[in-house]
Design a protein around this ligand. Structure first.
Ligand code: SF4
Length: 299
């Protein structure tokens, strides 16, 4: 069985089905997920065989995730989703990673077909709503694409937009937060999932100055403050954690906007106060990027 090497944390208990290998874009400066992998579409017969063999490899699940980074461009994707739905009737939720550019350019008719075949949720990497940041990291999308893709996909599926705090570096932090919130307000994703930038390659070191813990929290606060639409906001990844010599001081915030927004903002403010006090007391405060650089965590 050929499994996708990456999946969102929310798909931890899903059947994992590899539809394509690698990423057909593969140029984002911050991403090293598929750098050494040649992009290819797996033959549908192989995928059907994997679907038939799911009970040998996975405990029974009500959800399935399609990988790798952009399976919706597979020429047989509708047939593959339909085969999965028909042959694993226990599956209620079928999700996939999807490139925003692909969805922005996709005919609505194709999205409708995918929905009727059984696809229910898309995980899409927005990363930033700021045009300059998107260009700088070679994301290959514009804020306009992100709004278009969100509106289009939202008619048929639940959608997740991933955002990377720190992606604008210190110099573009304010614009990155503000413009990302603006895109989210128009695209209206069901979920906003935050990752904090962890630099894994020298190119990113050259193009920006990483945020320290306080700057990370201030950017997160600015982003969250700017989001005015109903969505679920979550920092559901270890990259959001902030560490001290004695353990964790921040595990991210999670909650519904607007109901839990004030509570999340308060938690960020409280953490900022705590960090100030810790710094005064001479303690080290480290972001996940610092921890990764020091070899103290892997992501
Ligand atoms: S589109 Fe996604 S998987 Fe592909 S290089 Fe960019 S971040 Fe990585």
């Amino acid at each position: 069985m050929d499994l996708p090497p990456f999946r969102p944390p929310s798909e931890a208990f899903s059947y994992l089905i590899r539809v394509v290998r690698g990423c057909n874009w593969n140029r984002c400066a911050f991403c090293s997920m598929y750098k050494n992998l040649k992009f290819e579409q797996r033959p549908k017969e192989e995928i059907f065989r994997d679907i038939d063999e799911i009970p040998k490899f996975f405990p029974r699940s009500k959800s399935a995730f399609l990988g790798d980074s952009n399976p919706l461009i597979h020429k047989d994707i509708v047939e593959i989703v339909r085969y999965l739905k028909n042959n694993r009737p226990e599956v209620e939720r079928i999700t996939a990673y999807a490139r925003i550019k692909t969805i922005a350019n996709m005919r609505e008719e194709k999205l409708r077909e995918l929905k009727s075949a059984g696809l229910t949720r898309l995980h899409m990497g927005l990363e930033s709503g700021d045009e300059e940041v998107l260009k700088k990291v070679s994301k290959g999308i514009t804020p306009r694409d992100a709004i278009e893709a969100g509106k289009k996909a939202g008619k048929f599926f639940e959608t997740t937009y991933y955002v990377i705090t720190g992606l604008g570096g210190v110099e573009r932090s304010k614009e990155h937060a503000e413009n990302t919130a603006k895109v989210i307000n128009e695209a209206k994703p069901t979920f906003v999932r935050i990752r904090n930038l962890t630099i894994t390659n020298p190119e990113m070191q050259r193009i920006l100055e990483p945020l320290n813990a306080e700057q990370q929290l201030e950017e997160l606060r600015n982003l969250l403050s700017g989001i005015k639409v109903e969505t679920y906001f979550t920092c559901d990844h270890v990259s959001n954690y902030i560490f001290t010599d004695r353990g964790l001081v921040f595990r991210g915030v999670h909650g519904r906007i607007p109901e839990e927004k004030e509570e999340m903002l308060k938690s960020i403010e409280d953490t900022l106060e705590t960090i100030k006090a810790l710094r005064k007391a001479g303690m080290k405060v480290l972001t996940s990027n610092d921890m990764f650089r020091l070899g103290l965590i892997t992501l």
